[in-house]
Design a protein around this ligand. Sequence first.
Ligand SMILES: [Zn+2]
Ligand SMILES: [Zn+2]
Length: 78
Amino acid sequence: MVMWRMKDCPKCGGDFFLDFDGSVLIDHCLQCGYIQSRPKEICPNCNIEMLIEEGDDGEFYYCLKCDYTKELHKVGSQ
Ligand SMILES: [Zn+2]
Ligand SMILES: [Zn+2]
């Protein structure tokens, strides 16, 4: 499991964490308890769930079958 922290809670603007384990993503705030699970990313080529990998530039979605990758956007960075 990897997690990172931002000052980005949509409710209170407090510290916001993103946990992920395999393909499950959960955003949560330690201050107000806000929790939001993210939808899984599906590979557009294979129509299967993609995993999350860590790279030099941060985390990204990765398809085991066709090597398709997609940047994982952190909360508040879009
Ligand atoms: Zn909050
Ligand atoms: Zn694929």
